[in-house]
Ligand binder design. Structure first.
Ligand code: IPM
Ligand code: MG
Length: 353
C-alpha cells in the first residue's frame, strides 16, 4: 500500500505528523505500508514555484492513496490565481478524477456540549454529505475578470453534464443503501438550469435504487433545516459549491470542524483523505491544533481504499477512547477536561490504539 503524504501549509505539518505516527504504528505491527512525502500548496510554491509541481503529480499518480493536511495562508493570497495554494488542491482533485467527496458529520457523545446548538438538537447526529468535487462553478469555463464597457466584470460558469450528475448520484445512493436508505438531494432548481438538470438526473437515477427513499430540497432551505432540525438528514448529495458550504455548516453541528475527516474518491476507490478544515495560519506552529480529523482521515483511507474495516474501526475506537479519557485540544475544550496540545493528543490516540 503506497501512500503519498502531503502535509501542506499552516497547521498541516503538525496534524499530519500525528496521522503518520498512527500509520507507523500499524506498519510496525506488520501492515505493508510505504509512506512518501511530497509538496502541495504554498510550501510547493516556495520550493518549486507552483502549487502542484510535477514531482507531486508523479508521486500521487503512483500512490494508492493520499493523506493531505491543509493548504493556503495569507502569505499566498496576493499571488496570481494559478499560483495560489488552493489551485494545488483543486488541481490534485481534478488530476486524480476524485469526483466523490464524502464528508461525514458525526457528533461524538463526549462532545455534545461543544456544539453551539442545544444538545437535544444535535445529540445522536450522524450525517453523510456527498459532495461532487470535480465539476460545477469551481471548474466551469468561461470564467474571469475583465473590462466591459469601461468597468470590470467578474463571471463564472455553473455547469454539469448528466454523466457527472449520474455518477455522483450513484455513489450517494449506494452510500444511502449502507445506512438508513434515505437520500436528500440538494439543488436550486427554482432559479438555476444546471441544478434543474441535477434534479432531473438524480430523479432518473433513483429508478436503479428502488429501496432508497429519495427527497429533494432547495439549498437555502437545506441550510436552514441543518440548524433547525439536523437529524432529519441521513445522506445528502449535492454539487461542488453547495456541498462546500453545507459541509462547513454541518461540521459546526458537531462542535468542532477540527473533528471531521473526508474522503475524495475516484471510480475505483483510489482516494485522497483530508480533514475538512483549512490550514488555520493563526494557530500554526503552536502545537494547539486538533489532529483528530486527520487521524480519522487515516481510518477512512483504510476503510474505503484498502478495505481494512477492522483497522479503520480500531483507529476510530482509539479516538473515542482519548475523548472518553478526557483529553481535549483547545477547540473542543470544556472546563473539567484536560486541555492538551497537538502532539499530546497524538500520544493519547497512540496509547489507546
Ligand atoms: C474545501 C475547501 C476547498 C474547497 C478550498 C480550500 C479550495 O474549502 O475542501 O472545502 O473549496 O473545496
Ligand atoms: Mg470548504
Amino acid at each position: 500500500m503506497k501512500i503519498a503524504i502531503l502535509a501542506g501549509d499552516g497547521i498541516g505539518p503538525e496534524i499530519v505528523a500525528q496521522a503518520v505516527r498512527v500509520l507507523e504504528t500499524l506498519r510496525s505491527e506488520g501492515l505493508k505500508l510505504e509512506l512518501e512525502q511530497g509538496l502541495l500548496g504554498g510550501c510547493a510554491v516556495d520550493v518549486a514555484g507552483e502549487p502542484f509541481p510535477e514531482a507531486t503529480r508523479t508521486l500521487v499518480a503512483e500512490a494508492d492513496a493520499v493523506i493531505l493536511g491543509a493548504v493556503g495562508g495569507p502569505r499566498y493570497d496576493a499571488l496570481p490565481r494559478q499560483l495560489r495554494p488552493e489551485q494545488g488542491l483543486l488541481g490534485i482533485r481534478k488530476a486524480l478524477n476524485l469526483f466523490a467527496n464524502l464528508r461525514p458529520a458525526v457528533l461524538y457523545p463526549e462532545l455534545a456540549d461543544a456544539s453551539t446548538l442545544k444538545p437535544e438538537v444535535v445529540s445522536g447526529l450522524d450525517i453523510l454529505i456527498v459532495r461532487e468535487l470535480t465539476g460545477d462553478i469551481y471548474f466551469g469555463e468561461p470564467r474571469g475578470i475583465e473590462l466591459r464597457n469601461g468597468q470590470r466584470i467578474g463571471y463564472n460558469t455553473m455547469i454539469y453534464s448528466e454523466a457527472e450528475i449520474r455518477r455522483i448520484a450513484r455513489v450517494a445512493f449506494q452510500a444511502a443503501r449502507k445506512r438508513s436508505c434515505r437520500l436528500c438531494s440538494v439543488d436550486k432548481m427554482n432559479v438555476l438550469e444546471s441544478t434543474q438538470l441535477w434534479r432531473d438526473v438524480v430523479t432518473e437515477t433513483a429508478g436503479e435504487y428502488p429501496d432508497v427513499e429519495l427527497s429533494h430540497m432547495l439549498v437555502d432551505n437545506a441550510a436552514m433545516q441543518l440548524v433547525r432540525n439536523p437529524r432529519q438528514f441521513d445522506v445528502v448529495v449535492t454539487g461542488n459549491m453547495f456541498g462546500d458550504i453545507l459541509s462547513d455548516e454541518a461540521s459546526m453541528l458537531t462542535g468542532s470542524i477540527g473533528m471531521l475527516p473526508s474522503a475524495s474518491l475516484d471510480e475505483r476507490n483510489k482516494g485522497l483523505y483530508e480533514p475538512i478544515h483549512g490550514s488555520a495560519p493563526d494557530i500554526a506552529g503552536k502545537d494547539v491544533a486538533n489532529p483528530l480529523a486527520t487521524v480519522l482521515s487515516v481510518a477512512m483511507m483504510l476503510r474505503y481504499t484498502f478495505d481494512l474495516e477492522e483497522e479503520a474501526s480500531r483507529i476510530e475506537r482509539a479516538v473515542k477512547k482519548a475523548l472518553a479519557d478526557g483529553y481535549r485540544t483547545a477547540d473542543i475544550y470544556e472546563p473539567g477536561k484536560m486541555k492538551i496540545g497537538t502532539a499530546a493528543m497524538g500520544d493519547a490516540v497512540l496509547a489507546s490504539l
